[in-house]
Design a protein around this ligand. Sequence first.
Ligand SMILES: CC(C)(COP(=O)(O)OP(=O)(O)OC[C@H]1O[C@@H](n2cnc3c(N)ncnc32)[C@H](O)[C@@H]1OP(=O)(O)O)[C@@H](O)C(=O)NCCC(=O)NCCS
Length: 183
Amino acid sequence: MALTVTLRPLRPGDEEAAVRWAADPEFCRAAGWTPGLAPRLVRAHWRPIVAGLEPDFLRLGVEAGGRLVGYVDLAELTPTSGQFGIGIGERALWGRGVGRAAGEQMLALAFGPLGLATVTAQVYAPNLRSHALMRRLGLRETGRGEPEAYRGELVEVVRYALTRGEWTVTPGRLEGKGSSPFG
Ligand SMILES: CC(C)(COP(=O)(O)OP(=O)(O)OC[C@H]1O[C@@H](n2cnc3c(N)ncnc32)[C@H](O)[C@@H]1OP(=O)(O)O)[C@@H](O)C(=O)NCCC(=O)NCCS
């Protein structure tokens, strides 16, 4: 059955979901989080994000079936651009279209209400699910960055981008799915 996926602003208490996700070593490895982090360190990392204290960073919660199951980000935000990131912390849900639905809604927010001209993303070369997701969302590969540590080895970082013009013509883009987290 298809899950209803929505984005919403984070709120105090959401750190506890992050603590749960941080306890899953496979999610941590896939997402590039440090496995085995103490809950107090996870909370300390998430609290300023939940409070929205970082002006050039927007993180929203991803709800599926009414539960907080992950997050989407726009980092390095400027009036014209942002870097998309995503994590579906509830690993049992992977492969059910939650990432795609959340990503589509984040792009609709970025190119709609936020008025961005370009959304970029960076994906570790071995992260096949994430590459599939970026392509599904219409992002195109724009180049390779310096190697970074991922899953215990140095790997290439693949850069992606999508402009508002390209997004507008992406075939199969779902319009009006979910509600805007900004009303
Ligand atoms: C990447 C991630 C967000 C995808 O979320 P998801 O809910 O599983 O995504 P979807 O179900 O929408 O699937 C996305 C694509 O991955 C593909 N996919 C699923 N399993 C796959 C696998 N084992 N290998 C390769 N691609 C796979 C799906 O088929 C789909 O592509 P398609 O639409 O062309 O068929 C999720 O796996 C995750 O949180 N990973 C850890 C964090 C992370 O890597 N974030 C990205 C950092 S850039």
